[in-house]
Design a protein around this ligand. Structure first.
Ligand SMILES: Nc1ncnc2c1ncn2[C@@H]1O[C@H](COP(=O)(O)OP(=O)(O)OP(=O)(O)O)[C@@H](O)[C@H]1O
Ligand SMILES: [Mg+2]
Length: 147
């Protein structure tokens, strides 16, 4: 478990980049935290580690799942608009998580039953306008590649 305090979005993106560099094909990252906590911001950093431009990672207003043809493939999922299990079934989460894909999931608590409980968990908490407390769990667990 790691707890970091960031000041401003650049620091949060920087942390995301470092985390991204530690990810392996097939890893899933669940992002937890209220509106504006910085989930999309840290996703930009994680994605940058795979060569994806910051501007290509957007808040999912209509796109719930965005897939990027990187190696390994990178998938950004935003479950903000999902309210029921039926909706979750319909978006085809099962087809984009797992395998070799790197999956980063905002509002991952909405898909708790569909996700392994050993996914990497990043929780962002707003401390002030520009400060966030970011807790990372499961990144260094040594069994995580044996799925
Ligand atoms: N330390 C910080 N880390 C991350 N974002 C910060 C920080 N300080 C200020 N911000 C600002 O907070 C906002 C975070 O927005 P972001 O879209 O990343 O949040 P989110 O958790 O994805 O929200 P949503 O639930 O709407 O998807 C941005 O406007 C960003 O500039
Ligand atoms: Mg977001």
């Amino acid at each position: 478990m790691m707890k970091v305090r960031t000041r401003g979005p650049d620091e949060t993106r920087g942390l995301g980049f470092k985390i991204g560099k530690l990810l392996k094909a097939g890893d899933m990252v669940g992002l937890y935290g209220e509106l504006g906590a910085g989930k999309t911001t840290i996703t930009k950093g994680i994605a940058q580690a795979f060569g994806i431009a910051e501007r290509d990672i957007v808040s999912a207003s209509f796109t719930l799942i965005a897939e990027y043809p990187t190696n390994p493939p990178f998938v950004h999922i935003d479950l903000y608009r999902i309210n029921t299990d039926e909706e979750l079934d319909h978006i085809g989460l099962g087809e984009v998580i797992g395998g070799k894909n790197i999956a980063v999931i905002e509002w991952a608590e909405k898909a708790a039953q569909w996700l392994p409980d050993d996914i990497i968990q990043i929780t962002l908490k707003t401390l002030s306008e520009d400060e966030r407390e970011i807790t990372v769990k499961g990144l260094h667990e040594k069994d995580r590649h044996r799925r």
